[in-house]
Design a protein around this ligand. Structure first.
Ligand code: NAD
Length: 427
């Protein structure tokens, strides 16, 4: 494992393996992705020129079921990143007991530089290139950074054209009109909110006591910020890639979101009907936001935001990882030494893939659920796994991250061991 991200993943695996009932063979197996595909996607641009983009799809492990994971459009997408994200998906699906393995995909580009027509041709071209690598019983993609429901709809449509039959279960996070699930758009933020609530209950803290900073105001970050605001938490800072806004007395999250949707700009605002006025605030950089003196810090943007370089400056008491891999393995140790409790990505952001599972079930059965059913199932399941991970952490006196990995590894280990171990073959 030469790369940093995968090395971090491997270190976490080895730490948890000390406590989980898993054979050495199984741990060794989990250090390597099952299959990695790199593709070139030629796209005819609007001006008539041809551009070729590089894309990836990695199926990390399918011991517990078909693989599942999002598709990311971002300039930093690389094979290393996609493999690491696929590794995390394997553990995430096991941690919350979904009948899926882990996968991930991506295209290396800045999607903001493409027209809508070019983006559609690219999305369909990506599916042309990976169609034989995915499928409802093989590997099921979903949205991730800078991809959305419409893109998932184009991709499902393209896969159906290639296969000559309608195949909604090949991809989740689709528009509701094309077989998407109610509640999928806000599922990651809502699931993360349920985890925060479960942990605050264990810690005997009430929302009014807690100040919160959220880095990243996209799909996941804005949804959890809105949920926390509605529940009475004081959300004092939010940011996007341009920077952040801070007010120690709290920000009005729904108004900020309404303003951002209309003007594509983040401002500290208070709105009455459609008239918004700017309220008192400080502008903060993303680096400053991470170091704010708050109770809860929520990194919800990209990976590796808190590393050995800036972990010393973190003042929050609790970190909930809504993004995938926002804290490096080196930073984990520093935060732990500072007494900061970190709740890991593979639990906190699992709401997205849980509702994706519900969508896949609905597509296969042809019976569609009401929003109340989606939210009830999500609340019950993610709360149950949160409480179990809390107990494992206290039982073994380990971090919540290690506890979540122990929990996932126990399920993965059972499935791998049941296929035969060294002891079985040597007996
Ligand atoms: P998104 O594209 O909707 O939003 C990303 C946000 O982060 C944007 O507001 C962007 O401006 C901001 N951002 C980008 N670079 C930043 C930086 N350097 N500092 C601060 N903000 C920055 O993406 P998303 O779907 O919300 O995903 C965010 C994270 O959550 C990713 O790590 C993703 O893997 C993870 N996640 C998302 C889902 C989901 O269902 N959307 C599920 C699980 C995990």
């Amino acid at each position: 494992m030469p790369s940093t991200l995968l090395t971090d993943a491997s270190r976490r695996l080895e730490k948890a393996a000390q406590y989980a009932p898993i054979s050495e063979d199984a741990t060794e197996r989990l250090k390597f992705p099952k299959a990695s595909l790199k593709v070139a996607i030629p796209v005819r641009m609007d001006n008539g020129s041809l551009r070729v983009f590089e894309g990836y799809r990695v199926r990390y492990d399918d011991t517990r079921g078909p693989t599942k994971g999002g598709i990311r459009f971002h300039p930093n997408v690389s094979l290393d990143e996609v493999q690491s994200l696929a590794f995390w998906m394997t553990f995430k699906c096991a941690a919350v007991n979904l009948p899926f393995g882990g996968a991930k995909g991506g295209i290396t580009l800045n999607p903001k530089t493409l027209s809508k027509f070019e983006l559609e041709r690219l999305s369909r071209g990506y599916i042309d290139a990976i169609a034989s690598f995915i499928g409802p019983d093989l590997d099921i993609p979903a949205p991730d950074v800078y991809t959305n429901a419409m893109i998932m709809g184009w991709m499902m449509d393209q896969y159906s054209i290639i296969k000559g039959k309608r195949s909604p279960a090949v991809i989740t996070g689709k528009p509701v009109s094309m077989g998407g699930s109610l509640g999928r758009d806000t599922a990651t933020g809502k699931g993360a909110f349920f985890v925060v609530q479960a942990m605050m209950q264990k810690l005997d803290k009430s929302p009014e006591q807690m100040s919160v900073a959220v880095q990243g105001f996209g799909n996941a970050g804005s949804a959890i910020a809105r949920q926390l605001f509605a529940a009475g938490y004081k959300v004092v800072a939010v940011s996007d890639s341009q920077g952040g806004i801070y007010n120690r007395n709290g920000l009005h999250i729904p108004d900020i979101q309404q303003f951002k949707q209309t003007y594509h700009k983040m401002q500290a605002v208070y709105c009455r009907d459609s008239v918004c006025s700017i309220v008192d605030h400080d502008n903060v950089t993303n680096e400053e936001l991470l170091a704010l003196d708050v109770d809860i810090l929520i990194p919800a943007a990209l990976e590796n935001q808190i590393t050995a370089e800036n972990a010393h400056s973190i003042q929050a008491k609790y970190i909930f990882e809504v993004a995938n891999g926002p804290v490096s393995a080196d930073a984990d140790a520093i935060l732990e030494a500072k007494g900061i409790s970190l709740f890991p990505d593979i639990l906190v952001n699992a709401g997205g893939v849980m509702v994706s599972h519900f969508e896949w079930v609905q597509n296969r059965s042809g019976l569609y659920w009401q929003l109340e059913q989606v939210e009830k199932e999500l609340l019950e399941r993610i709360t149950k796994e949160s409480v179990t991970i809390w107990k494992i952490a206290h039982q073994h006196e380990v971090s919540f991250r290690t506890a979540a990995y122990i929990h996932a590894l126990s399920r993965l280990g059972e499935a791998l061991n049941d296929r035969g171990t060294r002891d079985y073959y040597n007996s």
